[in-house]
Design a protein around this ligand. Sequence first.
Ligand SMILES: NC(=O)c1ccc[n+]([C@@H]2O[C@H](COP(=O)([O-])OP(=O)(O)OC[C@H]3O[C@@H](n4cnc5c(N)ncnc54)[C@H](OP(=O)(O)O)[C@@H]3O)[C@@H](O)[C@H]2O)c1
Length: 342
Amino acid sequence: MTTNILIVGAGAVGAFYASRLALGPNTSVSVICRSNYRAVFASGFSITSPKYGSYTFRPSRTFANPKEAVDSNIIWDYVLVSTKALPDVSDDSEILVGLLKEGKTSVVLVQNGLGVEEPYVRRFPGATILSAVTVVSATQTEPGVIKHNRWTRISVGPYLLGHTDESETNEVQRKAIDSNTKFVGLLKDGGIVDADAYSHAKLQMVRWHKIAINASMNPSAVLSAGTTNQAMTLDPELSRHLRGVMEEVLSTAPKVLGTPLPKEFATPDAILTSTSKNTSGSKPSMLLDWEQGKKMELEVILGNPMRTARERGIEMPRLQSLYALLRMAQQNRDSVKKENKL
Ligand SMILES: NC(=O)c1ccc[n+]([C@@H]2O[C@H](COP(=O)([O-])OP(=O)(O)OC[C@H]3O[C@@H](n4cnc5c(N)ncnc54)[C@H](OP(=O)(O)O)[C@@H]3O)[C@@H](O)[C@H]2O)c1
């Protein structure tokens, strides 16, 4: 039987994983596009990768908007969301209205940040939600052209609010776990060998750990006027600052989650050392968004961890400073843009 997969947010990450999932036996992968619709409808995605070479991926169906996908009447097994997570701009869970069939469709969120699942749980309380964190470097250099630079790690776990590894599992939760295992299998079939299935609890640990990297590197690259990750690690004061942010996140996570982070997770030292060797000159996504005048994922990368900790009486002063400064910088930039248009 065919596994129908729909990608919502067919940009760098969405199109890259779509192209791999499409290689599995009996998978049919369709996409909802936005600004890249004309290019993708005409020629599909052109993908280059140091690992998989250069190839064209033609989605089974290319939809111009969510309505077209709803009108297709296809029953989706997986709806993979890989839009930028910008809850201060839009509630992207709305795009999924009419696309989910209860008991059949799983939503897979491939997005950075904390709390990205919440809008989907609120809108679709009975839906199966899988939460995914990826360490990948990819960009859409022009509409429909995807450059995969490096890494393919993707960790996926069922989102089972309130479930710990010790809790008993009910039937609905077991279904989500099965769907999770199947989805990771589909990624592996597509050649993503470092796709891993996690429990709900462990996936949230992975999310916090990724926050340590994103919340240190991304805002600092913007606030230091465009410094690359490698250059930041090689500057003694900036490197000390990055370590301070990472330590703040990694010491807060166990207090919020109620359990220590696994010993195998990379330490701030290991992250700094490996980043200092990354000569690619790559810029973090928040810096690219800032340079292009786009909204940055400030709420999910800085605001949500800070607020989640604060609700438990824990302050994160380094994150708070980064958040307050960048949120105002973004607000000021947007007001200037608006004034200039008037
Ligand atoms: N890129 C990476 O290397 C990387 C690595 C790890 C994690 N991530 C995370 O993965 C997520 C996706 O990032 P990305 O780099 O792939 O972003 P991206 O290249 O900007 O792709 C997002 C896509 O979503 C589309 N989109 C947004 N709203 C839509 C809507 N309402 N309807 C249809 N399409 C819509 C955008 O269309 P438009 O172009 O029209 O806006 C764009 O094609 C983010 O949370 C990011 O932090 C990215």
